[in-house]
Every structure is written in C-alpha cells, then in structure tokens.
Design a protein around this ligand. Structure first.
Ligand code: MG
Length: 377
C-alpha cells in the first residue's frame, strides 16, 4: 500500500486546525513545478534545505563558542536541529503545520556569517553604507539566489510560505515580490522564531556552564533558573552533580516550551483566530511566552549577553575575529579576483560590496581563517 499525495492532503484536512497553513492553500513557487507523487510542497522545501550546501556549512559555523574549540559545544548546525525539533513539538501541540514550522526552523540560520555574534556585528558595520546586513534577509538571499541547484533558475525555488516565514522584522507596508506583507508572519513561522530564542537560552546555559564561563551560583540569581532547579529537585533527588545539572537544563527547556504552548493557545482563542491570515494581521504575535514569564526569560537573555556572548574571554577572541573579517572584506573589495568563481560572476549584478558580503556570509569559520591567511598577509 502506498500513501499518495491525496492521502496526505486528506490527513492535513482532518488533523490540522483551521488557522494552520495547509499545503493545498500554498501561494506556490516563483517557478512553477509539477507536484511530487509522494511529498507535499512543504516536505519538498524541507528536503531542499537539507540537501543544500549552505545547510551543510552550518556544521562549521560558530553558534557562540568558536567552531572547533569544544566537541560538545553547539555549532550552528546542532542549534538548528534543536530549533527544528522544538518547533515540531510546538506546532504539533497546537494543531499547526509541523512540516512548515520545521522547514522554516531548518532555514532560519542559513544567512549567518562565520564567527557567530561578532561576525555578524562586523558584517553589519562593514555594510553600513551599502544597504546593511541582516542575517534573516541573508537567509532569503541564500535560498532565492545563492544556492545553485537547478538548471533553469537560481536558488531553491521554495514556497511563498517558507520564504516569507524567514522575514521576521517587517516595517509598515513592507513589500515582497510586489505584494504587501501583513505585519505578522504565519503562526508556523512565529513558532520557529520563539523556538529559536528559547533553544539558545537553554543550550547557551548548558554550553556556558560546560565552558566554565558561568556557574550555577551565578545562575541562582535568576528566577527562571531557580524555578528549573525546584522542578528538577522535585523529580530527581539522586545523581551526580553533572546529572542534576543536565536534568535542570532539561527542566528549564521543558518549562519554556510548555509556557509558550499553553499561553499561545490562549492567545489564539482570545484573538478569535479562525484562519491563517487572521493571525498575520494582529498587532502582536500569538506565539509568545506568558507576559510575566517572559520577563524572566528576558532576564536570562540579558545574563547570557553579559556573561557569555560578550564576556571578557569571548570578547578577546571576538575582537581578533572582527579584525580578520574587516581585513578580508577590504582585500576582496580591492581585488575581487581573489574571490571564488561564482562570487565573481555576481559582481556586475549586485555590485562589489554585496558580492563580497554574500561570499563572506556563506563562509564557514575555518574557510574564513584560511582565506584570511591567503589574502591578508
Ligand atoms: Mg538561531
């Protein structure tokens, strides 16, 4: 027996809520394609991302700790996989389209530069007078223009829903492909966005402890951590310090995911959301932490910024990296022939600064280091 496409559509009809995005209602792709016999549009989009070069390169890009400095620390790739898993949990619990949330989650960091937060800041500064740099919009450039997989067109030709799902920050009357975008993304995209935040809150506590940048004593100053400790100790009283610590982080993540699911369900109900477009036209996202709980998560984020992302040890490494990014950018702009073959073909189309940015943003940490050594000494 074979599960045909029509069976999958029927399954969506009976299993998803009225406000979920259904495959049959997709606004389609820029270049028309025949339907696949076994996979829906969003499943195909997910697979296209998994099979892309940019996705594979996430393995060698820094999330927080310089790539290669610790075998257990997160990379952009493992971060992305965790975001996708949490997005699926939330979408499933809320009767939303899991495939769409997962796909947006898998694509959400494709536009990230090498060297994590500092790499991105460096890129922002370098592009200040040339149209700026935003990693969300860069992800869109990756899937629309920079991936080269098909003979007839540039990019991966993904659906409108996945592409617009990557545009998080929308100004008033923002246009995309000649159409005005509503103020909010689809609920499935809102899920990937919140899942991204809470995933890194959880794993950066884990990695920060692992790397010795923070301690449990420091975390005790945070209400959300104390809540996780209480939850963990109510469920497990025995075990080594390491096991209790891991279990506490597990409780922290579970608590955040649960809070978003319960509160978002209430938001959807109180805003009387009936169809996928309703949630897009609200002033606030419906997928959100409960407001009082959110304050606790913000305190955690501030703690992480101060003690992990921009602490003295990390800053020192970052400053070196930023300097390298600057030198490499300058070297390429002055001598574009140093760049790779494909990047050179784009010079006339997008201008030298943008071609260099597209090239550099796509690099892994180690390739950027090698290029620095080759071009800047
Ligand atoms: Mg992310």
């Amino acid at each position: 027996m074979i599960r045909k496409l029509s069976d999958q559509y029927r399954h969506e009809d009976s299993d998803l809520s009225s406000y979920a995005v259904h495959n049959l209602s997709t606004r389609g792709r820029r270049h028309k394609e025949e339907p696949h016999p076994f996979r829906t549009d969003f499943q195909r989009d997910r697979d296209r991302i998994l099979h892309s070069r940019s996705f594979r390169r996430l393995e060698y890009k820094t999330q927080v700790f310089l790539n290669g400095t610790g075998d257990h620390l997160r990379t952009r790739l493992t971060h992305t996989i965790e975001v996708a898993a949490i997005s699926r949990t939330m979408a499933r619990a809320l009767y939303l389209n899991e495939d769409l949330s997962e796909t947006i989650a898998l694509a959400h960091d494709l536009g990230h530069t090498p060297f994590g937060h500092s790499g991105e800041r460096a890129m922002n500064t370098l592009m200040k007078n040339h149209g700026g740099f935003d990693h969300n919009l860069q992800a869109l450039r990756v899937i629309d223009e920079l991936e080269q997989k098909y003979p007839e067109f540039d990019g991966l030709n993904l659906t409108w829903e996945v592409r617009t799902g990557l545009i998080k920050h929308r100004g008033k009357n923002m246009e995309f492909d000649g159409k005005r975008l509503p103020p909010m993304p689809f609920i499935e995209a809102q899920i990937a966005d919140v899942a991204d935040d809470l995933t890194y809150y959880g794993h950066d506590v884990d990695d920060g402890l692992d790397a010795g940048l923070i301690s449990e004593e420091m975390l005790d100053g945070l209400e959300i951590w104390r809540m996780a400790v209480e939850k963990a100790s109510s469920r497990a009283s025995r075990g080594s310090k390491e096991r209790i610590r891991s279990f506490t982080i597990r409780c922290l993540i579970d608590m955040m995911v649960g809070n978003v699911i319960l509160n978002s369900d209430k938001n959807i109900e109180s805003a009387k959301v009936q169809g996928p477009d309703d949630a897009q036209n609200l002033k606030q996202p419906v997928i959100a932490f409960e407001p009082l709980f959110e304050k606790k998560t913000i305190a955690l984020r501030e703690f992480l910024y101060h003690n992990v992302y921009f602490c003295e040890d990390v800053n020192k490494v970052n400053a070196e990296v930023v300097e390298k990014m600057r030198s490499l950018f300058k070297a390429y702009v002055e001598n574009p022939s140093l760049m790779g073959r494909f990047a050179k073909t784009r010079l006339n189309k997008v201008g030298v600064e943008r071609a260099v940015t597209d090239y550099m943003a796509g690099m892994t940490d180690r390739f950027a280091q090698l290029e620095y050594a080759r071009c800047c000494r």
